[in-house]
Design a protein around this ligand. Structure first.
Ligand SMILES: [Mn+2]
Length: 395
């Protein structure tokens, strides 16, 4: 497959900017895609003899971006995160700093000579089906001289995109196969085996995301980068984190058995407080998802789970404010009502309600997450309920 000429031009423009820099700060998402992207970029910079600071983040919001751009680096490379808030990045970066955003999430266009959006969505590709963050990073890395032997990382990162790898993801896959690192297993559902790990791409992806998210405050992201570099997984680390999460979920179950869910109109919610402390905030999303299938959950109400959010970014320090993370899920019946347009999408009510209380949110029709100021939980719930009622009866 040929890359679009315009996208290739953009990749070359970005690679030129990287070559001109003396050192860089690499900012990346803590899921498998983001971690594989980081592994690809760090390997590239290392090969070029360039020093790089690493900042792994769970979410992009003002307090974090503000803090990042107070760092002394001149070049910032965002991987698998940032496109959606390119405006915020452009606003917060200091003069003299240059930012390259390598991402596949819906991009916000910015007119700023110091921000370069390397996002294939701007060139007619879909970030939901054609290209992952790690594939985008691989294509840039390839321009900078990274060997095909590293392309397997893009294959693992692309596992977050369901189904057979196509389009740009296939470009990375073909390189990985040509380098002898990946084997395509044909069948009803095509599968990809990563030879060095003797494992399927999607299983590796699940492991990387687990270690990067549950282990976020325990150097999980660095451990995944280590797995990628050594091409070996330390099973003890994985098991330890799995156990930790299982225990935390058990405690949350016990709490809910005692307290039950709170209800307010079209919303049902619970708060685990500090129960998940020490683990990345993705765990509240996982727990809320699991919960949404339980029998005692009202199938027609939006489900919201809160956990206290640590205002501390490993490697970056304290960020301002005191926050909670909210995960929103639509149980199955509600999800159908959303799909048929009878109820508003979860992301829409989350975004509006969060902005009312000074927070920020994003997500999809049936799942979203928000970061809001601590203490505003009930006000947030009230807004969600109000917004959930808007347009009802019109459909
Ligand atoms: Mn991604």
């Amino acid at each position: 497959m040929e890359l679009s000429a315009d996208f290739l031009t953009r990749l070359r423009e970005a690679s030129q900017k990287v070559r001109e820099a003396e050192r860089a700060c690499v900012v990346f998402h803590n899921d498998a895609d983001g971690l594989c992207a980081a592994s690809l970029m760090l390997a590239t910079l290392e090969k070029m003899g360039m020093e790089a600071r690493q900042v792994c983040i769970e979410k992009i919001h003002l307090a974090v971006v503000e803090k990042i751009h107070r760092l002394p680096e001149q070049l910032f490379i965002y991987l698998d995160i940032g496109s959606g808030r390119a405006d915020l990045i452009a606003e917060q970066k200091s003069s003299g700093q240059y930012v390259i955003i390598v991402d596949h999430h819906d991009p916000r266009e910015v007119v700023d000579s110091g921000v370069l959006n390397v996002n294939a969505e701007l060139y007619g590709y879909s970030g939901e089906s054609d290209v992952s963050g790690s594939t985008t990073t691989y294509l840039l890395a390839r321009e900078l001289g990274l060997e095909k032997h590293e392309a397997w990382k893009a294959v693992v990162g692309s596992a977050e995109i369901p189904g057979k790898l196509v389009s740009l993801n296939r470009v990375a896959l073909d390189d990985a196969v040509a380098a002898g690192e990946v084997e395509i297993i044909a069948g009803d559902e095509e599968k990809y085996r990563i030879k060095a790990f003797k494992q399927l791409w999607n299983r590796l992806s699940t492991t990387f995301t687990l270690v990067g998210s549950v282990g976020y405050y325990r150097e999980g992201p660095a451990k995944v980068l280590g797995f990628c570099k050594s091409r070996r997984i330390d099973r003890r680390i994985v098991e330890e984190l799995e156990n930790m999460r299982r225990e935390a979920f058990r405690s949350a179950d016990a709490l809910l058995a005692q307290r039950r869910l709170d209800r307010h109109g079209r919303v049902q919610w619970f708060h685990v407080g500090d129960l998940f402390r020490g683990m990345g905030s993705k765990v509240i999303g996982t727990y809320t998802s699991v919960l949404s299938y339980r029998a005692f959950i009202d199938q027609r109400r939006y489900l919201v789970g809160f956990m206290n959010y640590e205002a501390h970014i490993p490697g970056l320090g304290e960020v301002g404010g005191s926050w909670v993370k909210a995960s929103l899920r639509a149980p199955r019946q509600l999800a159908e009502l959303i799909r048929s347009g009878q109820m508003p999408p979860t992301s829409r009510i989350a975004e509006e309600a969060a902005s009312k209380v000074g927070g920020t949110a994003d997500g999809h029709a049936v799942a979203a997450s928000a970061i809001i100021p601590r203490g505003e939980e009930e006000v947030f719930i009230e807004y969600l309920d109000k917004l959930a009622n808007v347009g009802i009866g019109e459909a």
